[in-house]
Design a protein around this ligand. Structure first.
Ligand code: LAC
Length: 398
């Protein structure tokens, strides 16, 4: 005998075969009516506990063509009873990605594939670009098995109602362009986007990807006037991932088995505290010599430039997109994992109050807490120095 619950019904496709000895809960019957799932009695001699699921798998294999894995709408029955909704039928938020360059397009793809959103809205000023990419991505939905709508628009107003925003809009650095030139060009873009965010998505959590990262995250905070918990910058997730992947090239472990943090700035003041770099709990410093580790830290710091040099045109996008999507995923799922995020410091780690890459926990409404790691004196000094220099650059922004 097994108990057939509403969840079994939700996982069924059209028909659910139950044994005559099974108990079908009233809520399961109601859910079956709502979803049009037929409850058929059969297989009385099959092992009772497994009968429904085994039969279900056979039916799925038989049914031609396979039904797409669609997320079902919430049942009125469930609302009436106040029962908690399973994650896949709970109301799903919308996410918007501003800027449909390579980073924006890849981020939209990653977010859609998570299948945790009602829709991903991609926006770009170039007419047709976001709509074309959105349609192209959606054409693969049946194969990838997601049901998150992807919309594209050249109107910033399309971000209205988004709970999460990833801002990738901005110019990459061109040959001959100074850092200040880039800052001025992208600051104008962030001011425009920020004003739209403030007006159209006043409750959103914003993840800034546009460079120079710390300055643009600060500016987004100023223009939107949002609390600091809702304006975050993406860089440490990427830099830590680059470090871990590069360490893995030595052969000590697989990338995901390596733990590390990348704090400070997304640039020359990047701080990778080796006191917190390990492989399955074993300090990396015991596995690799100082010179090797130093070289990997340097290569990590220059990884963005290394990719730009190889590509000759444009900058990295697969791993930056993966990183931005990971931050959004952590928020949507309430994943307690600690991620390195550009946040407002408010004196954490004894730094000046500025925007800095620090370890953080994220939740559905943005930053939950800055994580206090026990750093060595030299690591702490480097982090404080990074904060000072970032603060100077932010002051220069005016
Ligand atoms: C990089 C750019 C995305 O580090 O900042 O590749």
């Amino acid at each position: 005998m097994s108990v057939i619950t509403a969840r079994d019904v939700e996982q069924a496709k059209g028909e659910l075969v139950v044994s005559s000895r099974d108990v079908v809960t009233p809520l399961a019957r109601e859910r079956a009516r709502d979803l049009g799932v037929a409850l058929r009695v059969g297989g009385a001699h099959a092992p009772a506990a497994q009968a429904p699921k085994v039969e279900l798998a056979r039916q799925r294999a038989r049914s031609e063509p396979a039904k797409p894995e669609v997320a079902l709408p919430p049942s009125a029955a469930l609302y009436r009873r106040g029962a908690p909704l399973p994650a896949h039928v709970a109301a799903r938020p919308r996410v918007a990605v501003v800027g449909a360059g390579h980073v924006g397009a890849s981020t939209a793809q990653r977010l859609a594939e998570l299948d945790r959103f009602d829709a991903v809205t991609l926006v770009d000023v170039v007419p047709g670009l976001a709509a074309g990419i959105a349609l192209d991505l959606w054409h693969g939905a049946a194969l990838r098995g997601f049901d998150t709508r992807i919309e594209g628009s050249d109107d910033l107003g399309a971000i209205a109602g988004a709970a999460y925003l990833v801002v990738t809009a901005g110019k990459p650095r061109q040959p001959g362009m100074s850092r200040t030139d880039l800052t001025n060009v992208n600051a104008e873009i962030i001011r425009t986007v920020g004003a739209a965010v403030r007006a159209k998505a006043p409750d959103a959590v914003v993840v800034v990807v546009t460079n120079p990262l710390e300055e643009m995250t600060h500016l987004m905070g100023e223009v939107t006037g949002f609390p600091a918990e809702r304006v975050l910058g993406m860089a440490g997730v990427l830099d830590a991932s680059r470090f871990r992947s590069l360490v893995a090239l030595t052969g000590v472990a697989r990338p995901a088995e390596i733990s590390a943090h990348a704090l400070g700035s997304h640039g020359p003041e990047m701080v990778i505290p080796l006191s917190h770099a390990s492989v399955r709990g074993e300090p990396l410093e015991r596995l690799l010599d100082t010179a090797t580790l130093g070289a990997i830290v340097e290569r990590t710091r220059d990884s963005g430039a290394e990719v730009v040099k190889l590509l000759q045109k444009g900058s990295a996008y697969f791993s930056p997109a993966e990183s931005a999507a990971r931050m959004i995923r952590a928020m949507v799922t309430g994943d307690p994992e600690v991620l390195d995020v550009c946040v407002r410091t408010r004196g954490a780690y004894g730094t000046v109050d500025t925007r800095l890459g620090l370890p953080a926990r994220l939740g559905p409404t943005g930053l939950v807490a800055i994580e206090e790691l026990a750093l060595r004196p030299n690591e702490l000094a480097a982090l404080r120095g990074a904060a000072e220099r970032i603060a100077e650059r932010i002051r220069a922004l005016g």
